[in-house]
Design a protein around this ligand. Structure first.
Ligand code: HEC
Ligand code: HEC
Length: 206
């Protein structure tokens, strides 16, 4: 359910507790909010939701955006002038936001096909149905579908560098299979308990 409200305190409804405007990092209020919202929910398709995202992933991604090492279509996406302390505050802020990611339309056939690929290829790092955000791997469950499809193409074309050992998982996979995993991730609830057990044990990756 989406509440509509126009006053700033009201916009904070998705945060974990009462949050004052001065707790929101200045860069978020002045800049990021245009696209990522105060609640981390993307304003348009093909933009990622940042709420609940692992803070170390957010921080690493922001630093890469600053240095031009993560492909982006946004000019001056994360301004170079923002010091690391501010980036860390932004990362902590968005990780803490508990807003609900909007339910998206996904193709049930692709979701089913994607789940098979996910279990064989992606589960090691994007475990618990994409909810297990790990040291390096981000939260994937409920991520914007168009954003995921776009990032997959960037990985496949080599324009975006793979994460740790991730290239092995992509090797030999058709674009149809990889797209299907995007539908699978996009269809998952980022917080609910998994509907079926996926072996239960926590993976120790490195
Ligand atoms: C004009 C819209 C826009 C603004 C403003 C914007 N972003 Fe983004 N952001 C995007 C889009 C679109 C992407 C997807 C990658 C791309 O094309 O840049 C993205 C991706 C990201 C990512 C990568 C997340 C992931 O899951 O891969 C991070 C982190 C991020 N933005 C942080 C920020 C921060 C911090 C600010 C404010 C300083 C900001 N963005 C401002 C549109 C925007
Ligand atoms: C060995 C670990 C590993 C495996 C297996 C793996 N990934 Fe990843 N994935 C990562 C890491 C690490 C990142 C973060 C990369 C970065 O920091 O840019 C990532 C990021 C991503 C992203 C970008 C998300 C975003 O918001 O920008 C997508 C899409 C993705 N993975 C898809 C997949 C798919 C599909 C599979 C299975 C075919 C897969 N990954 C398997 C480790 C893995």
């Amino acid at each position: 359910m989406k509440r509509m409200c126009w006053l700033l305190p009201c916009l904070m409804y998705g945060l974990s507790g009462p949050v004052l405007a001065e707790d929101v990092p200045a860069a978020v209020q002045n800049d990021c909010v245009r696209c990522h919202g105060l609640d981390g929910i993307a304003k348009q398709p093909a933009m990622p939701h940042l709420n609940g995202q692992l803070d170390s992933y957010l921080l690493a991604s922001m630093k890469r955006l600053q240095k031009g090492k993560l492909p982006t279509e946004v000019a001056n996406h994360v301004p170079a002038a923002l010091p690391e302390s501010e980036l860390a505050a932004i990362a902590r802020y968005y990780q803490a936001v508990k807003a609900t990611r909007p339910v998206q339309e996904t193709d049930p056939e692709k979701v089913a096909r994607g789940e098979v690929v996910f279990r064989n290829r992606c589960n090691d790092c994007h475990g618990d149905f994409g909810r297990e955000a790990d040291k390096d791997a981000p939260l994937m469950a409920g991520q914007d579908l168009q954003h995921l499809l776009k990032q997959i193409r960037l990985f496949v074309s080599g324009k975006r560098k793979f994460g740790f050992l991730q290239d092995d998982a992509f090797k030999g996979q058709s674009l149809e299979d990889l797209d299907a995993v995007a539908h699978f991730f996009a269809s998952q609830d980022p917080v609910a308990p998994a509907p079926v057990s996926n072996s239960g044990k926590k993976k120790q990756r490195r």
